[in-house]
Ligand binder design. Structure first.
Ligand code: NAG
Length: 223
């Protein structure tokens, strides 16, 4: 469920143009390490996420292998997002314990990973020290829609707009939450494009015609 909240969140981040933002490179992969705290039906929860992500804006697709741990239990998922045209895509989520596939039509354009132009620059800083320094820039942004009221802090490297961190605080669909994400071990480019293949768990086990035959869709008497 958190997976979908996350995906929906990012969808709202695109802002109006003021020219302050930047976009990450078109193709990269790396690790998103997150901690999310939220209160759902009066019950506070914490979820730790460790997610390998592969981002391909050039071909409008993304893939991830995600481990979410809460109360000592880890759930593992594989996610693939694919777009055939600019308007409509499909999200495949495989629960790697049950090998069950969940599919969802995405009726919005593929989201480009950017600091929105509506973001306000908070300032420049660096991580590391001396010769091992990385210059970075921090921003803040707001998401205010019917369902989301969130303050977002973002940081990216000054050179190349490589993601470093993202923190979200607020209320999403009635759920108070705080989430912090660190981006580590980012590599430019894509090592293995087969991660974008439709997961085998999501393929139809029988061709549609055989399936409707088995279900006797078109018969009258056959049970
Ligand atoms: C998730 O957990 C599995 C099994 O422990 C491990 O093999 C895999 O590398 C983990 N994936 C991530 C993204 O940490």
């Amino acid at each position: 469920m958190l997976v979908f909240v996350g995906a929906a969140l990012f969808a709202c981040l695109l802002g109006a143009a003021t020219g302050e933002g930047c976009c990450t490179p078109d193709q990269w992969q790396g690790v998103q390490a997150s901690t999310s705290g939220y209160v759902y039906h009066h019950r506070p929860s914490v979820v730790q996420g460790l997610v390998y992500v592969v981002y391909d804006y050039t071909n409008k697709r993304s893939a991830s292998f995600a481990n979410y741990t809460s109360e000592g239990k880890t759930r593992r998922y594989r996610l693939v997002q694919r777009y055939v045209d600019d308007k409509e895509g499909k999200l495949y989520v495989v629960d790697l314990q049950s090998d069950k596939c969940y599919q969802k039509k995405l009726k919005r354009p593929f989201r480009k990973a950017c600091v929105p132009d509506s973001a306000q620059k908070l300032g420049a800083f660096y991580m590391g020290a001396g010769d091992n320094k990385v210059d970075a820039v921090a921003y803040k942004a707001q998401v205010k829609t019917e369902h989301y009221k969130l303050d977002v802090s973002l940081s990216v490297t000054e050179q190349g707009c490589i993601p470093l961190g993202e923190t979200v605080v607020g209320v999403a669909r009635g759920v108070p939450l705080m989430e912090t994400v660190g981006f580590v071990n980012i590599e430019p480019g894509i090592k293995d494009p087969s991660v974008f293949d439709i997961p085998k768990e999501c393929e139809e086990t029988f061709p549609a015609l055989i399936m409707s035959g088995l279900e006797h869709d078109y018969n009258f008497l056959v049970v």
